[in-house]
Design a protein around this ligand. Structure first.
Ligand code: SAH
Ligand code: SF4
Length: 388
């Protein structure tokens, strides 16, 4: 059988794997065993799976593969952040970032090669879009990173998350996963859902619902579906506190304006009663960082149970935008906190290896005309600069 026709087991959730094994007459517990070999022990050949029957292994070897996308480069930042570039074929490459902290280890993964949303401040958005990633390519990033990091841990080159810290550590190297890499996860819904199910599955990655975060620019109908199917932690990329400005910064706002987005956030929270929405807000000098914006943001925060995460803008060539000075970020954060809004400022990590938020660019063979559209749109409506 040809390699291309084989099933990549990395892309099958528990139910799909059980169905596949069932077609060969295997019991569900065989599927669970296989799942643990693949995701927890990082096996990519079948001979090592000695507790599975020889015939079953033979069948697997004939019809299946366990294959993550090929690694092109791995980089390590001075602060311990690591970034992998994966080849996903036809000239496209995606990026994955691991961020170690005292009390946790967070893996930031990509969901698409490029992105169609084309936000003004995002380098992925400026690259256009090629295609959705398959679940095997989404989970492949986690599978690979976990394997590499655990091997490092075993050879004692990397401290476990939380080692020596006061906060209760999670002994797993990757304790949290955020879908904040390249792409808009909710525009690749089915493959992302399969991937989320694997992240939560006790026979795969066993992460709790609150340790997996989907970040979205606000695809309202898909937020409703996610609430039903798999209500993990939700981050919403707000970036502007009114429709006029958000239309320019996050073009998807023209389709799903703020009132609809906020209503969807509240519907989501109805499915996750003890949760909150994290609103992400990238701080752009003279664009969205004035006191008036803080006042508008406070009014928004009063409508949804939320926390606000201010993100210092990470510049990249062609953006034409600047990071708000840190004193402005501090004052802006203080205004929100004075009004009782829980606010954090994201620490920039890994910027020496271009691994910081919004710097993930990979390689995208654009199949859309987004890049041209952005240039035309910029000439038509330059973003109004305001004074802080
Ligand atoms: N498409 C999804 C998830 C990927 S983007 C979304 O937009 O939510 C992940 C986060 O990085 C978003 O909050 C995004 O706004 C932020 N981001 C994008 N470009 C950035 C930049 N240049 N500097 C800082 N943050 C950026
Ligand atoms: Fe796409 Fe998110 Fe970047 Fe916007 S910020 S272009 S939605 S990846």
């Amino acid at each position: 059988m040809n390699e291309i026709e084989r099933v990549n087991l990395l892309g099958l959730d528990g139910a799909e794997l059980t169905a596949l094994v069932g077609r060969w007459g295997g019991k569900p517990f065989r599927a669970r065993q296989l799942q643990r070999w693949v995701h927890q022990r990082g096996a990519d050949t079948f001979d090592a799976m000695t507790d599975l029957a020889r015939d079953f292994r033979g069948q697997l070897a004939q019809e299946c593969v366990v294959q993550a996308p090929a690694v092109v480069t791995e980089q390590k930042s001075a602060d311990g952040t690591r970034k992998w570039l994966f080849d996903v074929g036809q000239g496209n490459a995606i990026e994955t970032v691991f961020i170690p902290e005292d009390d946790r280890g967070t893996l930031c993964i990509s969901s698409q090669a490029g992105c169609t949303v084309a936000c003004r401040f995002c380098s992925t958005g400026h690259q256009g879009f090629n295609r959705n990633l398959h679940a095997s390519e989404i989970i492949g990033q986690l599978w690979w990173a976990r394997k590499v990091l655990e091997a490092d841990l075993a050879s004692a080159r990397l401290p476990a998350a939380g080692a020596g810290g006061a906060v209760q550590p999670d002994s797993r190297v990757i304790s949290n996963v955020v879908m904040m890499g390249m792409g808009e996860p909710l525009l690749n819904y089915d493959q992302v859902l399969t991937s989320l199910r694997l992240m939560l599955d006790d026979n795969a990655y066993g992460l709790s619902r609150r340790r997996v975060t989907v970040s979205t620019s606000g695809v309202v109908p898909m937020m409703d579906r996610l609430a039903q199917d798999c209500p993990v932690a939700l981050a919403v990329s707000l970036h502007a506190p009114n429709d006029a400005l958000r239309d320019e910064l996050v073009p998807l706002n023209r389709k799903y304006p703020l009132a609809e987005l906020l209503a969807a956030c509240n519907r989501y929270l109805a499915h996750a009663p003890r949760d909150f929405i994290t609103f992400e807000y990238v701080m752009l000098d003279g664009v969205n960082d004035a006191d008036e914006h803080a006042r508008e943001l406070i009014r928004i925060a009063a409508q949804v149970r939320c926390k606000i995460n201010l993100i210092p803008f990470n510049p990249f060539p062609q953006s034409g935008l600047k990071r708000s000075p840190s004193a402005r970020v501090r004052i802006f954060a203080q205004r929100l906190m004075d009004a009782g809004v829980i606010t954090t400022v994201r620490k920039t990590r890994g910027d020496d290896i271009d691994a910081a938020c919004g710097q993930l660019a990979g390689e995208v063979r654009d199949r859309t005309r987004i890049t041209e559209r952005i240039a035309a749109q910029r000439q038509a409506i330059p973003i109004k600069q305001v004074h802080a």
